[in-house]
Design a binder for this molecule. Structure first.
Ligand SMILES: C[S@@+](CC[C@H](N)C(=O)[O-])C[C@H]1O[C@@H](n2cnc3c(N)ncnc32)[C@H](O)[C@@H]1O
Length: 359
């Protein structure tokens, strides 16, 4: 980030709090990945690490990824069954989030996109703060309807989460029009909305059932809250696939590199894989949920070697050395987790719900 601050002399920079804009990271300076980083899965399309987000990000090259999608812990005291506290003092949480946001901005390519999922109290702060980054440009605040929200005594009923969308200046951002199926009545199957005179315009986007696929807006009603999927017996807040999927379809192209350093159940990795993007994921806790999910869309076997483009995201061939990639690859934890079985509804839940089909 230091190179992206124009027209400021060193004195001015020195007077800015170091946590404000400037990453002090020199990836690869220590030549080794942190001993705390473990490789959890290697495939032809992606790499999953068990790692603290900052440990992982600091090994990554500036300008190496095309899109970042993150859904961090919300600091609501949730027990994720890992050794981090989701109940930090407000200022400690603010500083922690700012630290990884700086690194995320650093590792994005110019023109790359950042999506940050959170609730409004924190998004309003992070948005205001990101607006002060010379390198980052605000694009959108997407509101996602919180279906399970309840009225709270003495407060307005909280009914949405938010997804902040920024791009990194200095390159041409990707923007694709994403379409989703127009909502229909559960009982009679008819369209919920009357598009009036515009209905004809959507005709060329109708599917085989005559339902038009309409351009998504910045208000996503067909999302449910992050939830704990008890059927998987894991303490994760897994997003529905179509949340990261829409971000990925909208702001990246096939072959691009997607990063999520708070992988949880792996919805971002799955969305990236479905749409032929390469992916890098990190998870502090044991990434069992993500591995189980990977097993459903890739399989339990790893590939020998990740693509060179992913290796190049890490400083000076660091990853190549670190993985000690031999001809037979390594036996990794994924081998010990089975495919999702007897989990009612999960495969349906993982079905793709959005597409890019022209303007
Ligand atoms: C809200 S969940 C992400 C859920 C994910 N988006 C999904 O759809 O499954 C946040 C995840 O971040 C992980 N996490 C917490 N602190 C972390 C850290 N310092 N570095 C990396 N991951 C962390 C938690 O273990 C948790 O799995």
């Amino acid at each position: 980030m230091s190179k992206t601050i124009p027209n400021q002399d060193q004195n001015q920079l020195d007077n800015i709090s170091p946590s404000r804009y400037i990453s002090a990271v020199k990836p690869g300076a220590g030549r080794r990945l942190s001993s705390k980083i473990e490789t959890a899965y290697i495939s032809e399309g992606g790499l999953l690490f068990r790692a603290d987000c900052l440990d992982l990000l600091t090994t990554m090259r500036e300008g190496s990824v095309d899109l970042v999608f993150v859904d961090p812990p919300f600091n609501l005291g949730k027990d994720y069954e890992t050794d981090f506290s989701d109940d930090l003092e407000t200022e400690a949480y603010r500083i922690w989030c700012r630290s990884w946001l700086i690194e995320l901005a650093r590792v994005l390519k110019p023109g790359g996109a950042l999506f940050l999922y959170h609730w409004p109290k924190w998004l309003i702060e992070f948005g205001a703060w990101l607006n002060t980054f010379p390198a980052m440009e605000y694009k959108s605040w997407i509101a996602l309807k919180m279906k399970g929200g309840f009225p709270i005594r003495g407060r307005i009923h909280p009914a949405h989460y938010g997804l902040l969308y920024y791009v990194k200046r200095g390159g041409k951002p990707t923007f694709n029009v994403v379409r989703a199926k127009s909502p229909t009545c559960r009982h009679c199957g008819k369209l919920v909305r009357d598009y009036g005179g515009y209905r004809k315009k959507f005709q060329r986007f109708e599917d085989e059932d005559g339902i038009p696929w309409v351009q998504i807006s910045d208000f996503w009603e067909d999302t449910r809250p992050a939830r704990q999927d008890k059927s998987r017996g894991l303490q994760i807040n897994e997003l529905p696939l179509h949340i990261p999927e829409r971000a990925i379809l909208m702001a990246s192209n096939p072959g691009d590199i997607v990063l999520d350093c708070f992988v949880g159940g792996g919805s971002t990795l799955h969305a990236a894989h479905l749409h032929e993007r390469l992916w890098i994921g990190g998870e502090l806790g044991e990434p069992k949920a993500a591995l189980q999910r990977i097993a459903t869309f890739i399989g339990e076997q790893e590939t020998v070697r990740p693509p060179k483009r992913l290796i190049n995201c890490f400083a000076d061939g660091l990853l190549q050395t670190e993985l000690n990639l031999g001809p037979n690859g390594h036996k990794r934890p994924v081998s010990s987790v089975g495919k999702l079985q007897n989990v009612t509804g999960s495969m349906e839940q993982f079905a793709s719900k959005s597409k890019v089909i022209g303007f």
